[in-house]
Write a protein that binds this ligand. Sequence first.
Ligand code: ZN
Length: 141
Amino acid sequence: MDCTNIRKKLSAYLDDELSSREREHVERHINVCPECAGEKKSLLLISSLMDEITTEDISPFFTERVVARTKTEGVGARRLRLLRPALVGLGIIVVLLAGIIEFQYLNGKEKIEYEYLKNFDDFPPGSFSHIFVSSFSRDSK
Ligand SMILES: [Zn+2]
């Protein structure tokens, strides 16, 4: 049996997932092949490190940190949810104010604006509202 085959089975061997025949094969090969024996050692080292990481060292701090973060993020998310309607309202007010200010500005500057009030769906060309609206419908002029 070649090394590639053995190494494919190594982790299954370490997890005790091989049939007794395959297991014997792997063990026999490891006894005569220092490279695969080394591979087995490093796999064992990795898995023991993983065990340490997940069960002992980091675990208490990690859990604490996750819990702390979940708490602060929970509060933040709740605050944001309460703020969202206010922000949307503020956005609408800003757009309306911009429209009113623009309307008054244009009305004072040039007095041709009375025309477009008759067909209200049309804004004066070049104005903020016109650009704003025409960004939604390409047909409007
Ligand atoms: Zn080998």
